[in-house]
Design a protein around this ligand. Structure first.
Ligand code: AMP
Length: 614
């Protein structure tokens, strides 16, 4: 086991750009980690060239030259089905094919899944953090849009795993942005997070109460952002080029690309200055144009207005009026545009938080969450998810998890269990919490008994176990035997007496002992299987000894003894081998028994006749 807890970084895995951040231990403040050239934003672009895989700026440079080998905006495909993405495909040069419900992108003659592409971006950020700290980085908090569903969240976790990262928590982007501004310290408040990036717009209305964030409503437009600002400015410049120079560039891809980049640069300058000039040397003339912030604002006003309608809808969905908000947070590079800030302020009637860099704020908040999880902030536990897995003890002291760690609450889960001993009328229910495979390494939460089950052979009772966690984190466990209807239940508070440090330690230990735990569980399962087969065979020997000769019975008894001899050994393969051999040795006796039981039940008809009849 490691001597101390390993570091957890915060990652904003964005549609356009991704970045990684951590908490500076000296100042306690979150910081983003730059690459060797001092760049903080890593373009979420991956290019599959003949020489190898490129990521970030190097891949982005391939976008114009080799569009068919370069993947961008892969976040739009994460965890989505074939039907969901047909609309998206209109915007992409590469094709996709579905296979077993998994989407594969066809790029540069290869097939890759969206999580595999995202993993390349994540690995690059992991390496960046490792170079910064000079130590391996294995754990991360990753952010996703608040509207991401379970499979999109799972795909993001998969991407982390492929990149060699344990994703200790998935956090909503608006929650992360609020954390970066310290809004988790509000006792009770309503927050609007307005996120306008390059190609997407999201509005989220959150409620924070005692450190717990709840998403009240989300809305947005998945194809609206700063790129559209560039486009309207570019169209305006194209008209000007036509009017003043008689030049039509609409078919010239390279010139259009130049003009697009110049438009974006001018737009960015106009966030800081009132007027700017643009100069573009073409083959036969040089284009020069002055432009003002006011002109830009007139051009983009309809686009900015288009973001306000989703804001109003989200407010209505949350049952709120604009004046009821306590805080407004700005996220995304395009919220640097002064017109955007003015309109947001007018709509919500609040000066938005804008002190932090809007490109970095989500990653900074992910770092804050990572720090909390790593035990750096001990006086609070963000309890909108289960901090540790919850399950029950099953045969041999193995944990069967019903609600995994990091499940958003409230939540419920249901599973069927049965008995392991013939005639069992009482079942001991043991509720445990933790990340380890064996009960003895987990925290015991509660025990209760399910009584009054009718005596039945092992495996016959059907015991339905339900776990239910309410919004306050209270766990109710119900157990019911379906044949007899007997039921019992208990209520516990899983977080009672649980400190952040305990959670971190238990999670940490589950990694440290992962391999040993898995082999211990497999050994127990193999022994359980051996016991089940032995019990069945012994029953068959009692009931069917008269059906066959002494030779066969002796062979079966020898196989039972051979299995019993190795049961206590730690040799899983040997136990399994002898279990299979025992099964094999009893095949004929089992058939004879079934035949005679059926005959008894059905009078004199031959079994074969019954099986043949329709
Ligand atoms: P994001 O997706 O959050 O990285 O935002 C990228 C978008 O923000 C792009 O459309 C950029 O052109 C835009 N952007 C970045 N900085 C500025 C700025 N200072 N003024 C206006 N837009 C900006």
């Amino acid at each position: 086991m490691r001597g101390r807890l390993s570091r957890i970084v915060g990652i904003d895995l964005g549609t356009t750009n991704s970045l990684v951040a951590y908490i500076d231990e000296q100042t306690g403040l979150p910081r983003v980690i730059p690459d060797r050239d001092g760049h903080v934003l890593l373009p979420s672009v991956v290019s599959f060239t003949r020489e190898g895989v490129l990521v970030g700026d190097a891949a982005k440079r391939q976008l114009v030259r080799k569009p068919d080998t370069t993947v961008y905006s892969v976040k739009r495909f994460m965890g989505r089905g074939w039907d969901d993405v047909q609309e998206e495909l209109r915007y992409f040069p590469f094709s996709i094919k579905p296979e077993d419900g998994i989407i594969r992108l066809l790029v540069g003659g290869r097939e890759v899944t969206p999580p595999e592409v995202s993993a390349i971006v994540l690995r690059s950020l992991k390496e960046r953090a490792e170079a910064h700290f000079g130590e391996p980085i294995e754990r991360a908090v990753i952010t996703v849009p608040a509207y991401f569903n379970d499979s999109q969240r799972q795909a993001t976790k998969d991407a982390g795993r492929i990149a060699g990262l344990d994703v200790v928590r998935i956090v909503n982007e608006p929650t992360a942005a609020s954390l970066a501004y310290g809004l988790h310290e509000l006792h009770d408040g309503i927050i609007a997070v307005y996120d306008l990036g390059g190609g997407t717009f999201d509005i989220s209305i959150l409620r924070v109460k005692d450190g717990i964030f709840e998403v009240l409503a989300t809305n947005g437009n998945t194809h609206l952002g700063g790129d559209d600002f560039d486009r309207v400015l570019m169209d305006w410049l194209l008209d000007d080029l036509r009017a003043r120079h008689g030049a039509d560039l609409s078919g010239d891809h390279e010139a259009l690309q130049e003009l697009r980049l110049a438009s974006e640069a001018a737009k960015i300058r106009l966030s800081a200055v009132e007027r700017t000039a643009l100069t573009l040397p073409f083959a036969d003339f040089t284009y020069h144009r002055e432009t003002s912030r006011q002109e830009l604002e007139e051009l983009i006003e309809p686009l900015v207005q288009a973001t306000l309608a989703p804001c109003r809808m989200a407010l209505a969905d949350a049952g709120l009026a604009p004046g009821q908000l306590d805080e407004v947070v700005l996220v995304g590079g395009s919220t640097r545009v002064p017109l955007v800030r003015r309109r947001v302020q007018e709509l919500f009637g609040k000066v938005p938080h804008s002190r932090l860099n809007p490109d970095e704020v989500v990653a900074l908040g992910a770092a804050v969450q990572a720090h909390i999880l790593a035990g750096g902030i001990t006086n609070m536990l963000l309890l909108d998810v289960t901090p540790l897995s919850l399950g029950i003890e099953t045969l041999g002291g193995i944990v069967s998890v019903l609600i995994p760690r990091n499940t958003t609450i409230p939540t419920s889960a249901r599973e069927m269990f049965t008995t392991s001993v013939d005639g069992q009328t009482v079942v001991d229910m043991h509720v445990v919490q933790g990340e380890r495979e064996l009960v003895r390494d987990c925290r015991s939460l509660a025990r209760f008994e399910l009584r009054g089950i009718d005596p039945m052979p092992a495996g016959m009772p059907k015991i339905e176990v339900t776990f239910l966690i309410d919004a306050n984190g209270i766990l109710q466990v119900h157990a019911r035997e379906l044949r007899t209807g007997k039921a019992a239940s208990i209520e516990v508070k899983p977080t009672y007496g649980l400190e952040d440090a305990d959670v971190a330690r238990m999670v940490e230990e589950s990694f440290a002992y992962a391999e040993a735990d898995v082999s211990a569980r497999l050994l127990i399962e193999t022994r359980n299987e051996a016991d089940t087969v032995t019990t069945h065979v012994e029953r068959a020997l009692r009931q069917g000894a008269h059906l066959t000769g002494e030779d066969e019975l002796a062979r079966i008894r020898a196989a039972v003894d051979a299995l019993k001899q190795v049961r206590e050994s730690g040799d899983r393969d040997l136990i399994r081998e002898r279990t299979i051999a025992l099964n094999h040795a009893t095949e004929r006796l089992a058939e004879l028994l079934m035949d005679s039981t059926l005959k008894e039940a059905l009078g004199s008809k031959r079994v074969a006749e019954i099986l043949e009849s329709p």
